[in-house]
Design a binder for this molecule. Sequence first.
Ligand code: DON
Length: 519
Amino acid sequence: MVVCVCPIAADVGVGVLKSGGNAVDAAIAVAFAEAVTWPEAGNIGGGGFMLVANGTEATFFDYREAAPALATKTMFADGKIDFRSHQSAGVPGTVRGMELAHKRFGTKPWKDLLAPAVKLAAGFPVDTPLAKRINDVLKDPKTTNAEFRRIFGREWEAGDTLKQPELAKTLAGIAEHGADWFYTGPPAEQLEAEMKAEGGLIRKSDLAKYAAKERKPLLGTYRGYEIVAAPPPSSGGTAILESLNILEQFNVSKHPRHSPETVHLLAEVQRRAFRDRAEFLGDPDFTTIPEHLTSKEYAKKLAMTIDMGRATKSESLAGTIPITEMGGNTTHFSIVDKNGLCVSNTYTLEMNFGSRIVVRGAGFILNNEMTDFNPIPGTTTRAGKIGTDANLVAPGKRMLSSMTPTIVRKGGKPYLVTGSPGGRTIINTVLCVLVNTLDYDMTPTAAVDAPRQHHQWFPDRISIEKSSTSADLVVKLKAMGHTVTESRQGDAHTIRIDPMTGLFQGAADKRLNGKASGY
Ligand code: DON
């Protein structure tokens, strides 16, 4: 089964599974297909994380973008670098990431896994959600890149054919010659030329040096389930384990899921996990990350600081972080194959359509992931900007991510595969799906569709999705001292494996688009 945002890509993945490929083969084919069919987030010009596990083993592929050698600690400090500029792009990681996953797990020829993407890039029918996304991005005056407008610039309707011939050529080259060709061959030349012409920082030497990394996933437990989580440079796994460990100290399901008591408890947990994320998390190759964050003892101490009747002021948790005054897109897919091998993959261009810059001649969209670094050294604001040392820019460093691909196991068997887009809300989207499933026994569709909540320490407020904001709930939360706002969280495409029947239950998130495709 494959669950993802794009129906065409879901079917590409199931085609690979049906022809005998495993979940990683399918993931590689889906990732390259979405680089064509879901261009606002699917990519070869961005990066991400792939978590792979069966019932007993697990590993993690980190193909997060890295800062180019010319990047500097204070490059974003004066606010002059435009978020959609060439300087906002990190060194792309996706092609190396897929290569590494293929080397470790692939059973099908690399070329066969890219073939559907190459074909789709020659032309595919746009559906209603994609037509809307492209039309919307074209209406935005900040979409200025001429090559982007040349390729995508027209009024789209469902059924129109989107042709990306330069991208088709690049994908065909990767299919034929492998990832090295992308990082050292013609696409590297084209990317360097693009950067030099427009004041960007990425050079051929950055591309040649870029490596995807295999890392050990974080492992935790929650009420008898084993949680396989994303390690740094994701902040997601650490925050999820810290949150679940605190929640384990409470009888969460004592109150209904959207009662003031439960929403308050979750918000207090989220506030604390995000406070620690701000102080400690960054690229583990540059920053020492303390181990206590995911320990049960630490969680017990934090649990004792929660008052069940009163909101904690975020400011009171700042500790040594000085607080001052001063304000996308990603996609996730889940795959399980007939042998129970699971892939939880989240990858991104950062904002929607990334930098909205298409590399001339190579046809792919560049990320603007550099904006995930802490922008102003030393400046952490009440509005939510973080300025701590752990995630400051440095050459070769990976920027901290909130992407949180997660797999849950029970009794040595995979149970749930989930993840989401949504910037910092990703972590809390995954937390809500886990709590809904593990504490409230919701079906995967109910767990994914249920209204969610987000608290990220600063700004000091709970955002809740509309359908849960009954007047009574908001009044009670305000009486406890919370500020409450409304917002929407990401599409969490999820698979649950029924432990009794072994049946795969796929939930494509109703918030956006998507398909659960299986056989
Ligand atoms: O890695 C991260 O945390 C961000 N670049 C993700 C951005 C994102 O999810 C925006 N989309 N919805």
